[in-house]
Design a protein around this ligand. Structure first.
Ligand code: PEP
Ligand code: MN
Length: 339
């Protein structure tokens, strides 16, 4: 439910509504607007309806929020898009974020080389996996803590903020020390304990859609992070399982348009994992930019042919400059500039 206060409502009246909600175990989110303050009351709607909030001083009306996701819904934000800054790079609004880097940190040399290449081609942030959630337990699992040290060096050398994935709550503190954005991978989208921990780390988060998750499920997963008080969250469409097997996953661009309409959160597209083939990455990236995505996260390597993970989908670093310009031109079609 949403409690809309009158324009004259005082701080004390707002606080009294929040206190009544919280005393009943209802999560209250105060959203000051230009004219009025709204309070999102997230809990059992029947219970909230019976609390008699309409009669409280300063309350104008109590309106149901119709969707299963609450905090992620644009109904709750009054449709104002969320924007935030990652070390000076704006995410959301009129900005297009270009996040690029290797699938996996394999060595210091390999990582620094790609970091410098994407930096010179105007990437806004760098990606690189330290802990890899691999389908097979026998596949390379990432360098772990050693990779974090390498990412820290890449950050120092290039100034690029680091996006890297957390797969286990046990590594949360160590990862948060290095990461500027914490990625939650597709396979962990419904790891609710991990989402709550990530929500408490005080760092921006990139939440990927599960390979077989609906958009509603993605947004309810987002609510797990938002309810911990972390609003610096971007959603990521990375392709889903369908009957189609020509591409690695089916990139659901309709979901991007839907998310832009129904949530206030920035939406990022991962064309690399969706396509599984570098030749498809540029057209999909251009489409993502033109449809209004707030950015892309794309895999780039100096020598993808020898990569330990996801070689066929990683762009050659030498091609990245031309790629970036073409994507930026498509973002400009919808009024977005590179971060
Ligand atoms: C990744 O970005 O490194 C990754 C593993 O992606 P996903 O979780 O989308 O499969
Ligand atoms: Mn990968």
């Amino acid at each position: 439910m949403m409690v809309v206060m009158t324009p004259q409502a005082t701080e004390a009246e707002i606080a009294a509504v929040v206190a009544r909600l919280e005393a009943r175990g209802v999560h209250a989110k105060v959203m000051p607007g230009e004219l009025t303050t709204a309070i999102g009351a997230i809990g059992d709607p029947e219970g909230v309806r019976d609390m008699g909030l309409e009669g409280m001083p300063g309350v104008d009306q109590v309106i149901p929020i119709s969707r299963p996701y609450k905090l992620a819904s644009s109904e709750l934000s009054g449709h104002a898009p969320t924007t935030f800054s990652v070390d000076g790079r704006q995410v959301g609004g009129g900005t297009f974020c270009l996040i690029a880097g290797p699938c996996t940190v394999e060595s210091r040399e390999q990582t620094l080389a790609v970091a410098n290449a994407v930096r010179s081609a105007n990437a806004s942030m760098m990606r690189g996996g330290a802990f890899k959630p691999r389908t097979s337990p026998f596949a390379f699992q990432g360098l772990g803590l050693d990779a974090l040290a390498i990412l820290r060096e890449a950050r120092a050398e290039t100034g690029l903020p680091i996006v890297t994935e957390l797969t286990d709550v046990a590594n949360a503190e160590a990862l948060a020390e290095v990461a500027d954005v914490i990625q939650v991978g597709a396979r962990n989208m419904q790891n609710y304990r991990l989402l709550e921990v990530v929500g408490k780390l005080g760092k921006p988060v990139l939440l990927k859609r599960g390979l077989s998750s609906t958009v509603d499920e993605l947004l309810q997963a987002a609510d797990y992070i938002l309810k911990e008080g972390n609003d610096e969250l971007m959603l990521c469409e990375r392709g889903i399982r369908t009957f189609e097997t020509a591409t690695r996953f089916t990139l659901d661009l309709a979901a991007v348009a839907y998310l832009k309409l129904h949530t206030h959160l920035p939406v990022i597209v991962d064309p690399s994992h969706a396509a599984g083939d570098r030749r498809l990455v540029e057209p999909l990236s251009r489409a993502a930019a033109a449809i209004g995505a707030d950015g892309i996260i794309v895999e780039v390597a100096e020598d993808p042919d020898t990569a330990l993970c996801d070689g066929p989908q990683q762009l050659y670093a030498r091609d990245f400059g031309v790629f970036a310009e073409s994507v930026a031109a498509h973002a400009a079609l919808v009024g977005k500039q590179l971060a």
